[in-house]
Design a protein around this ligand. Structure first.
Ligand code: GAP
Length: 440
């Protein structure tokens, strides 16, 4: 697929996300804060669904993985050992004409992306992306701590704790979901590059000689995760980093890329981090981080394969990929064809009208569903418009309560994509929806 074939307009996605309560600009009433976004009532549901789907595949369903939840604030020496204090920096230039500040590696033809001035840039300077703050009441060097720029280090420094408490054998992995922070020079593309974001990271520990095989395995596994959740395979690709572009810790890295409206961009990186981190933390902390291989009778410092995904970028990709505009009986229908596991609302209960006989029954049906699924209730405007509203936010099923319901104690389930309708008894409604909704 060529770049021009991704027909979704990013402005439409941003507008839908705001209008329907997926994503808002942070601190909007104060003019917003660059690089920070807030997830609204639907956004938080979808984000939780993505995290749950990842945790289920990566931790719950595997026998070689355990979960973690480390603190965001860590000992400052962690970031010295990891190399972030020294090398976690992007080249930055200023435009002399408009005073805009940009990442030097993103400037094309020496032209300012803000004011179009050509050749007006200052020399590139390296800019460290770590957010710095102070722990405790005294704001001096001794109190400096950093907001973590990746969740990974919380797993490396707990290697010994996890190994001893779980008695895992190589190969095994740790998985963690949490916030990370980077003082990006140029946050952009909506939630694609922000200063505060979430990550879902795996650190998979293997014998050094097995690292290339596991690297290949995880690339395929991670691609499969996206397609299993409905992303069209032709919108995904793996791109290997050139040797010169590798991060300081990596022996090899490939990105899972998605064809966003602005082009092919990284969703997730899958790196072979070698034994860099365990060696560095052993050296800096004085605590040896290694594994005793009982079969071979030897100590080994494992290599690490790291599939490192964001949460926000995949969320954007899932929405972009699901977005459709169709014509139904001469009318435009906007549809989010989300996998039901990701859809924020699983079922919406809609009385045919606000008729006083229908509403109490419809509300009873809604109460019956609430303990089982994330649901909503809508009785404003015509039934057709309410179906469209649910289509637009990706709700896989609408449950309609009509005048026949009062007689036959049955409701209609309408399926989002096909718009097909089936009649089911109210008594069997929970079961009927359960059959249609994969567990998440
Ligand atoms: N531990 C390795 C690591 O953090 P990375 O490629 O820098 O690797 C992994 O980040 C993923 O985190 C990216 O693929 C992306 O999905 C997400 N990510 C990184 N920086 C981000 C940013 N500024 N805004 C949103 N997501 C970001």
């Amino acid at each position: 697929m060529t770049e021009t074939e991704n027909r979704v307009d990013m402005d439409e996605i941003v507008s839908l996300c705001k209008r329907r309560g997926f994503i808002f600009q942070s601190s909007e009433i104060y003019g917003g804060l660059a690089g920070a976004w807030d997830y609204g009532p639907l956004g938080v549901e979808m984000k939780n669904n993505i995290k749950r789907a990842w945790w289920r595949t990566i931790v719950q369903e595997r026998d070689d993985m355990v979960g973690m939840d480390a603190a965001i604030l860590m000992h400052p020496q962690v970031w010295v050992a990891s190399g972030h204090v020294e090398t976690f920096a992007d080249p930055m230039v200023d435009c002399r004409n408009c005073q805009g500040r940009f990442r030097a590696d993103e400037i094309e033809e020496n032209r300012c992306p803000n004011c179009d001035a050509v050749g007006q840039f200052t020399e590139a300077r390296m800019f460290n992306l770590l957010f710095k703050t102070f722990a405790g009441p005294v704001e001096d060097e001794a109190g400096v701590v950093y907001l973590r720029p990746e969740t990974a280090q919380g797993m490396f420094v707990n290697f010994e704790n996890v190994l001893t408490s779980t008695r895992k054998k190589l190969p095994f992995g740790m998985a963690q979901i949490g916030k990370s922070f980077r003082n990006e020079v140029n946050p952009r593309h909506f939630i694609f590059r922000t200063r505060e974001f979430e990550q879902m990271e795996i650190e998979f520990f293997v014998r050094p000689e097995d690292a290339p095989r596991w690297h290949e395995y995880w690339m395929q596994e991670r691609l499969r995760w996206y397609t299993d959740l409905g992303v069209r395979p032709e919108m995904l690709r793996l791109t290997a980093h050139a040797q010169a572009d590798l991060a300081h810790y990596a022996a090899a890295c490939s990105d899972v890329e998605y064809l966003f409206p602005m082009g092919w961009l990284e969703l997730e990186g899958i790196a072979n981090r070698r034994d860099f981190d365990l060696q560095q933390h052993s050296k800096e902390s004085g605590v040896t981080l290694s594994y005793f291989d009982e079969e071979k009778g030897e100590h080994v410092v494992p290599f690490i394969i790291e599939p490192s995904a964001g949460v926000d970028r995949p969320l954007l990709a899932f929405i972009v990929d699901a977005y459709r505009q169709e014509e139904v009986r001469g009318e435009k229908r906007v549809l989010l064809k989300l996998d039901p596991r990701l859809a924020p609302i699983k079922a919406a209960v809609l009385p045919l009208s606000r008729n006083e006989k229908l509403v109490p029954t419809a509300r009873e049906v809604w109460s019956m569903l609430r303990p089982h699924f994330m649901t909503s209730y809508d009785d404003a405007q015509s039934i057709g418009r309410r179906y469209r509203r649910q289509d637009e936010i990706g709700t896989p099923f609408c449950v309609t309560v009509d005048f026949d319901t009062l007689e036959d104690k049955a409701v209609t389930i309408r399926e989002r994509d096909s718009m097909e309708q089936v009649r089911v008894p109210v008594d069997g409604l929970v079961e009927a929806l359960r059959e249609r909704l994969p567990p998440c």
